[in-house]
Design a protein around this ligand. Structure first.
Ligand code: GDP
Length: 667
């Protein structure tokens, strides 16, 4: 028969996590109620055989403690587990006591009590299968930091637990008048016929034996299961060792007390005395109540399962989902998007990116070194030969270009582009709803790119090294570069003209020419002229002057580039735009080659594998749970599915238990 309660406790544990306020399934437990200091803890500890409950006068039980005792023949060292906490199996009962104290004391005195139960399982070979709930004691003496409504709070909490089908263990101290027992009053409210209440009279040693006997015969409030008298006081630790079984110690002390007083022999049945008998009674009553409720419990599980299955079908079309399968599916979506990205972001794309940045660099060099040189207009118009000044200019520009740290610059640009693109596709994928997973993906990206960065930038830098000393351009390269250089200068020219047009539009042609005339006259005059325009207008005028000068230079340079002069590569000093562009093409080609091999291909190979590793193979159950929590839709689907599976399992177990019961009855 021990098996029956054990199986029911198993079912209760299966159902525990999925129960919410709407759930109607309740499996019977024994609920311990009593006034403060009535001896509740002592009784519970004597039943369990260990001292483990919080002690002290400062209202140490502030939360319900749902205690599951599991009888396990094979367990040589008893252990405890706090359900829902990762504390593992605790074999030291002092530690259990400490954890329970901490958990209770975490409720501040001004809150009084909290409904959230602590769930503790104790597994040992010497304990029965029992499910007990310890509740805060009814208050006897108030302290100033407690809430004024503490009595009500405790009464409400106890009332919540003493409902059907639970069994009420009403603990009353023998030295307090039973008529005043708050526990008995509470039980009478919910169980007026006393059908599911067991009375426990503690401290039998504190009153004269005749009085003790008359209490046990209580005729004012008779209980179906009667009253049991105990002497549950846990002896001083100096009188026993924590390795000893407390139940045996308490029982032997009770035996000597009861046998020393012949009055107790007058009791109608001796099972009315002692912790051992109380324990036997509890086992029997719990088992009986569970068995009596079996059909009702099975029916409520079935009805809740029907409801849950219907919801699951309607909402999710019965599609099975786990956090793992959800991640795997979404990972496929992400990988498909990544594949598309890898096809688009190829070496041509990298080339275009680097080209744009080196074009900028080339234009900056031309602007800094050539276009600000006042002799450039004359030089462009007249020169067919090259003097040292212009030779030096080009050589230094080439040197700046080839020594710009292309390895670092180009690799960084590509890694930044890749990071950006991966972030974009990850945010658009279903992982966009999972900040945690998104971070994993971004970290994976960064880690691979970081690993590849040095190798790539070094390779690029090493391979462009020869260009620092000499750059040779062939005819074909010159030809291509010439037309690119023309396009580049043309673009710059257009930008310059657009900027002029903008100023002209804002100021109007007439006002603009007045401002320009003023600036001209001012430049020519030796005396300062009276200011005829606002500072803003004058600034705009100066900008216009600058742009017009730049336009003149660019037009001239463009015509040179288009002229015969720039047709041949030998005229590189006369056509620095073509040569610099050709150098930048050489640098880009080398960079693209190595970036493609060392960075792009490696990244495209490693990234999907890294994702599998991080999101499929290495996530702990906690990480999976927090991943699920990030998506409310996923969370409710998994919860509903989990509930359905738990109900199915519970129903299967309760049905087979019912079948076993029927068989035993018919045997
Ligand atoms: P709780 O507040 O209801 O949990 O009560 P406790 O179990 O902490 O007991 C309150 C006090 O009564 C403690 O000092 C116990 O040692 C003492 N006590 C408990 N049971 C007995 C008993 O059967 N006989 C005697 N003499 N003292 C007891």
């Amino acid at each position: 028969m021990m098996i029956f309660t054990k199986k029911m406790i198993e079912i209760r544990n299966i159902l525990h996590d999925i129960q919410d306020d709407n759930s109607h399934i309740t499996l019977p437990s024994i609920v311990v109620i009593g006034s403060q200091s009535s001896g509740k803890s002592s009784v519970l500890e004597a039943i369990v055989g260990h001292e483990f409950l919080p002690k002290g006068s400062n209202m140490v039980t502030r939360r319900p403690i749902e205690l599951t005792l599991v009888h396990s023949k094979e367990t040589t060292t008893p252990y405890c587990e706090f359900n829902g906490f990762q504390l593992g199996q605790i074999t030291d009962f002092t530690k259990v006591q400490q954890v329970l104290t901490d958990m209770n004391m975490a409720i501040p005195p001004h809150r009084g009590v909290d409904d959230d139960p602590i769930r503790l399982t104790i597994c040992a070979s010497h304990i029965p299968n029992l499910s007990l709930i310890d509740l805060p004691g009814y208050i006897q003496i108030h302290s100033s930091d407690q809430p004024v409504d503490l009595d009500d709070k405790i009464a409400n909490l106890c009332d919540k637990y003493i409902q059907e089908p639970n069994i009420i263990l009403a603990v009353c101290a023998a030295d307090v008048d039973l008529a005043n027992s708050t526990a008995l009053k509470a039980s009478r409210r919910v169980d007026p016929l006393g059908l599911r209440t067991i009375g426990v009279i503690t401290k039998m040693d504190l009153i004269p034996p005749e009085k003790a006997v008359s209490i046990l015969r209580n005729e004012h409030y008779p209980l179906h299961y009667g009253y049991i008298g105990v002497i549950s006081k846990v002896p001083q630790l100096s009188m026993w060792s924590r390795n000893q079984n407390l139940t045996d110690i308490v029982s032997s002390r009770e035996r000597s007390y009861f046998s020393a007083h012949p009055e107790f022999r007058d009791l109608p049945v001796l099972p009315m005395l002692g912790i051992q008998n109380l324990r036997k009674n509890l086992i029997h009553v719990l088992e009986y109540t569970m068995s009596k409720n079996l059909q009702y419990t099975a029916d409520s599980i079935r009805s809740e399962l029907d409801d849950c299955s219907y919801q699951y079908k309607v909402q999710y079309n019965d599609r099975l989902l786990t956090a793992e399968s959800y991640i795997a599916e979404n990972l496929d979506v992400l990988k498909a998007a990544f594949k598309e990205l890898s096809q688009k972001l190829d070496k041509n794309e990298v080339r275009a990116l680097l080209k744009e940045s080196l074009n900028e660099k080339t234009l900056d060099l031309l602007a800094e070194r050539y276009w600000v040189d006042e002799s450039i207009l004359d030089w462009t118009k007249q020169s067919k030969t090259v003097d040292e000044h212009w030779q030096y200019k080009l050589d230094s520009c080439v040197s700046l270009l080839t020594r710009m740290g292309l390895g670092r610059v180009s690799t960084l640009q590509v890694t930044e582009l890749l990071s950006r693109k991966v972030e974009e596709i990850a945010k658009q994928s279903p992982f966009g709803e999972h900040p945690g997973a998104l971070q994993y993906i971004l970290n994976a990206t960064q880690d691979i790119l970081r690993r590849r960065y040095h190798n790539t930038s070094e390779q690029v830098e090493n391979c462009v090294k020869p260009y620092k000393f000499e750059v040779e351009i062939d005819d074909e390269e010159w030809k291509i570069s010439r037309s690119e250089a023309q396009a580049l200068i043309q673009k710059e020219l257009s930008m310059c003209q657009n900027a002029e047009e903008k100023i002209r539009k804002v100021l109007g042609s007439k006002r603009l020419s007045q401002v320009l005339d003023f600036l001209d006259s001012q430049a020519k005059s030796s005396e300062p002229l009276p200011v005829a325009h606002s500072a803003i207008l004058l600034d705009q005028g100066r900008l216009m002057q600058y742009l017009q000068m730049r336009e003149d230079i660019l037009k001239l340079r463009l015509s040179t580039l288009k002229s015969k002069t720039c047709k041949l590569k030998e005229s590189k000093y006369l056509c620095p735009e073509v040569f610099l562009n050709a150098v930048s093409n050489k640098l880009i080609n080398t960079a693209v080659l190595f970036i493609n091999i060392e960075l792009l291909s490696e990244f495209y190979y490693q990234f999907p594998r890294e994702l599998d590793q991080r999101l499929i193979h290495s996530l702990t159950s906690d990480q999976l749970a927090s991943f699920v929590d990030e998506n409310p839709r996923l969370k409710s689907q998994i919860q509903l599915q989990h509930k359905k599976q738990a109900l199915e399992l519970a129903l299967l177990k309760i049905n087979s238990l019912a079948m076993l019961e029927r068989q035993t009855d018919s045997d």
